[in-house]
Design a protein around this ligand. Structure first.
Ligand SMILES: [Zn+2]
Ligand SMILES: [Zn+2]
Length: 196
């Protein structure tokens, strides 16, 4: 069954097919924290140690069903990941590499407590913690689970790449490969203020 994704106000909706092929991780990196801060969504998005609950998936399995015109894109720097959000209500949605040739999307899961059961049912519990050095509280590193998770993600990336399915990516125009929304790239002083 597809996993349903929606922004806080409901204008933007998406569905992820075959959620069992995705890999759930909690990312504690400063950039994910800065993204939540940029949107004013730290309370909703970050766990008490500054982690963002993310599922790594193949972009061709994700499709927007409503409100794609509200999609917005930012990047913390000229080389950073593209970070996608719903402009209607500033809900973080996903991050992608800048080039669709690397077919990967990290979908930001809705971390409200009432969504926890749905997240666990679709993806299993979060067993992988990434970038724990920048956690804002004590978080155990998960070396073996991380290695297994990274290998699973790479397998999916390679499969989408070799099959040509990487062109089916809702964040990039099919023909030109350009992002569907031009990214707003922050200046270094804007970025610094978000690192806190
Ligand atoms: Zn919205
Ligand atoms: Zn991160």
């Amino acid at each position: 069954m597809d996993f349903a994704i929606r922004c806080e106000c409901g204008a933007v909706q998406a569905a992820l097919a075959e959620p069992q092929r995705a890999t759930r991780v909690v990312c504690y990196c400063r950039d994910c924290q800065a993204f939540a801060r940029f949107l004013g969504q730290t309370a909703r998005t970050l766990n008490p140690c500054g982690g963002t609950d993310i599922v790594a998936a193949s972009p061709h399995r994700l499709r927007f069903t409503h409100g794609v015109e509200a999609l917005r894109c930012m990047s913390l720097s000229g080389k950073g990941l593209l970070r996608w959000y719903a402009g209607c209500c500033s809900t973080p949605l996903a991050n992608t590499p800048r080039d669709r040739a690397l077919p990967y999307v990290g979908i930001v899961l809705d971390c409200l407590p009432e969504s926890a059961a749905a997240r666990d049912a679709a993806f299993g519990p979060a067993r992988i913690a990434l970038n724990t050095a920048s956690a804002t509280g004590p978080v155990a590193a998960t070396r073996f689970a991380t290695l297994a998770g990274v290998l699973k993600i790479l397998r999916n990336v390679m499969a989408a790449r070799l099959s040509g399915k990487y062109r089916d990516n809702p964040f990039f125009e099919r023909d030109s490969g350009r992002p569907v929304v031009a990214p707003e790239v922050l200046t270094s002083s804007q970025r610094r203020s978000l690192y806190g």
